[in-house]
Design a protein around this ligand. Structure first.
Ligand code: RFL
Ligand code: PHB
Length: 391
């Protein structure tokens, strides 16, 4: 088999890259280890920055997004019995965010790739990358017991944090940075209408909680839990009890319950692999960086990487120019480190640190008070939340 760009992973990064390349007449093959059913059903991100929405719409992917996506003009932060609304609209000169599930983005992308006969290989096993320092790198994999080799000009590693791409770069060449957090998030998808028009981020003495949504009939709630907890440790009663205590801190506000459709625990980490390119292999999205979900940046950063990578590959195919490919990591890393900093800031502001000192607690309280009282602090949060633009 042969293609121009071999893409590993059918998450938002890999699928969008394949679509943007095909719009410029460049062939790609996507190799994904999971089934299509699994990939389309995986519940993850929900918040799209305006820049992400614009890119998806410009790429012809706006049909369902514009109809079903929920545009939000603000978010609410609750702490110490007080509520503070961050008016994204007025603080950022009219910008906001759109709530639209990651799995809907993935479904839209798979459907458009399918309509255009883009090749997507699901349930590939034993995926290996070979010859990244040659002009004809290869992806070797097996499917239904048969071995295959895909010869490419370039390989895009879009296979998430646990994929094979990053590990195909010699360890001596990897420059990476990471931070672990002493907590995780337990997330539930619920059949119930949202209890609020906007997202609510809550700092509570029992730990963080978030009330989010997917549609007028579905909500998504998260609570901070211990990173060693198993999902079986959390009965439905216990989950609801904690959500009620952590979110119902404003007189008269009630969280609506409903049938739990999906639940899972996500560890929290910050990680950046600055070596986003090695020979003919380029990393994009979670394969190169992870943020804690508190800032809602992961998928937005994955899409920002793909914007640079697609432009760089198009320039190479159109004029054999290597300039943008050489600048790829540097261009992406400005956005990645901004996203890393903001996600760390939101995480530190809103979570209970089990090993934190009283001094740390007082600093957090002061930081929250500053956010609630200072327009400059709210403006800074708003500017980052909707997506900071370096242009
Ligand atoms: P993905 O989505 O992980 O896709 C990688 C794909 O690669 C496949 N794969 C392989 N394929 C072939 N061979 C192998 N060896 C492979 N190994 C893995 C996987 O099966 C998968 O299909 O990475 P991508 O495309 O970089 O996208 C990144 C986003 O998924 C991620 O950053 C976001 O979900 C993060 N995130 C959020 N981001 C936001 O922008 N806004 C949010 O509101 C937001 N909330 C969240 C989140 C992530 C969460 N979890 C569960 C981690 C909330 C949560 C709870
Ligand atoms: C979500 O709706 O899944 C969501 C929203 C905001 C976040 C993280 C996740 O910060």
């Amino acid at each position: 088999m042969r293609t121009q760009v071999g893409i590993i992973g059918a998450g938002p990064a890999g699928l969008l890259l394949s679509h943007l390349l095909s719009q410029k007449g460049i062939d790609s093959v996507i190799i994904e280890s999971r089934s299509r059913f699994y990939v389309e059903g995986r519940v993850r991100a929900g918040v799209l920055e305006q820049g992400t929405v614009n890119l998806l719409v410009d790429a012809g992917l706006g049909q369902r997004l514009m109809k079903e996506g929920m545009h939000h003009h603000g978010i609410e932060v609750r702490a110490g019995g007080e509520s503070h609304r961050i008016d994204l609209d007025s603080l950022t000169g009219g910008k906001g965010i759109t709530v639209y599930g990651q799995q809907e983005v993935v479904k839209d992308l798979i459907s458009v790739r399918e309509q255009q006969n883009g090749e997507m290989i699901f349930e590939a096993q034993d995926v290996e990358i070979l010859g990244i320092h040659t002009k004809k790198p290869k992806v070797r994999f097996s499917q239904a017991g048969d071995q295959h080799e895909l010869e490419c000009d370039w390989i895009a590693g879009c296979d998430g944090f646990y994929g094979v791409s990053r590990n195909s770069i010699p360890e001596s060449e990897i420059r990476s940075f990471s931070r672990e957090y002493p907590f995780a998030w337990l997330g539930i998808l619920v059949e119930a209408p949202p209890s609020s028009d906007e997202l609510i981020y809550a700092n509570h003495e029992n730990g963080f909680a978030l009330h989010s949504m997917r549609s007028k009939e579905r909500t998504r709630n998260y609570i901070q839990c211990d990173p060693h907890d198993k999902i079986e440790d959390w009965s439905e009663n216990r989950i609801w009890e904690e959500l009620h205590s952590r979110l119902e801190t404003i007189p008269g506000w009630k969280l609506l319950e409903g049938k739990i459709l999906d639940k899972g625990i996500t560890p929290m980490r910050s990680y950046v692999c600055e070596t986003m390119n090695c020979g003919r292999l380029f990393l994009a999205g979670d394969a190169a960086h992870i943020v804690p979900p508190t800032g809602a940046k992961g998928m937005n950063l994955a899409i920002s990487d793909v914007r640079y990578l697609s432009a760089a590959l198009v320039a190479w195919y159109e004029s054999k120019s290597e300039g943008l490919l050489a600048q790829y990591a540097e261009n992406c890393l400005r956005h990645i480190w901004r996203g890393e900093h903001f996600s760390w800031y939101m995480t530190k502001l809103l979570h209970k640190f089990p090993d934190g000192s009283l001094f740390d607690e007082r600093l957090q309280k002061s930081e929250l008070e500053y956010l609630f009282r200072s327009e400059a602090a709210s403006k800074s949060l708003a500017e980052n939340y909707v997506g900071f633009s370096f242009e």
